[in-house]
Write a protein that binds this ligand. Structure first.
Ligand code: UDP
Ligand code: MG
Length: 226
């Protein structure tokens, strides 16, 4: 039986977790031919995220979690997940349900067809300001002009990665990470699927202007010669 890991980085997601858990159980129940692992990474949350994870784990041993010693940021939280997940493939999904778990069966279908990186491409994004969408568009246009690695547009971390991709990403041990560039850099067979992105189900965004700016600079300094 093939094993599929879900990787869910979580920072102060106490309200989202029960809803997310319910949703992923619903979706994964429709795919009983796979063994499942729900790998959460608690990224130094200050709320009851850890307690929620302990509770989920006590009732469902598909749930695993890594508990980081402080808040490291999503990029490093994902690396911890890459290190500890044991699946034949891994699906990265946000805790706030902005990444619809309903896409999972399609991702797996393409994986079974031989694609090694099946990434979700946003057709629309709801609940985000004009400014955020505009600066994001502008940024990717600039980044793409500065590098020869193709950067996938309108794409986040929501994707299925074959074990071969996970192993490649694990070999890259840098602590200043721009994972979005790394998916492109490592290569492998890629396939996009389109979706409409909704708003957060609970809580607020964990990114502020400076964190986003930091990530933007990371993209340029680590993926362009300039
Ligand atoms: N996240 C994390 N560490 C952080 C910030 C965010 O693990 O320091 C997680 C967060 O809990 C969520 C995902 O990364 O599961 C995406 O964060 P968020 O939804 O706040 O970002 P946005 O969708 O607003 O870009
Ligand atoms: Mg979000």
């Amino acid at each position: 039986m093939k094993k599929v890991s879900l990787l869910i980085p979580a920072y102060n997601e106490q309200e989202s977790l029960p809803l997310l858990y319910q949703k992923i159980v619903e979706v994964t129940d429709t795919l009983p031919q796979y063994e499942w692992e729900f790998m959460f990474v608690n990224d130094g949350s200050k709320d009851k995220t850890l307690e929620r994870l302990q509770y989920l784990r006590a009732n469902d041993n598909r749930v695993n979690y890594v508990d980081l010693s402080r808040n490291f940021g999503k990029e490093i939280a994902m690396l911890a997940g890459f290190d500890f997940a044991t699946g034949d493939c891994l699906i990265i999904i946000d805790a706030d349900l902005q990444d619809p778990p309903e896409l999972i069966p399609d991702m797996i279908k393409y994986w079974e067809e031989g694609y090694e990186d099946v990434y979700a491409k946003r057709k629309t994004r709801e609940g985000e300001s004009f400014m955020k969408k505009f600066t994001s568009k502008l940024y990717y246009a600039i980044l793409q002009r500065m590098t020869s690695i193709p950067i996938q547009r309108d794409t986040g971390d929501f994707r299925l990665l074959d074990r071969i991709c996970v192993n490649a990403l694990c070999q890259m041990r840098e602590t200043q990470r721009y994972t979005k560039g790394m998916y492109s850099w490592i290569g492998f067979r890629k396939k996009d699927i389109e979706f409409d992105q909704g708003s957060r189900v609970a809580g607020t965004t964990k990114w502020n202007f400076f964190k986003l700016l930091g990530l933007a600079i990371e993209g340029i300094t680590s993926h362009t010669t300039m």
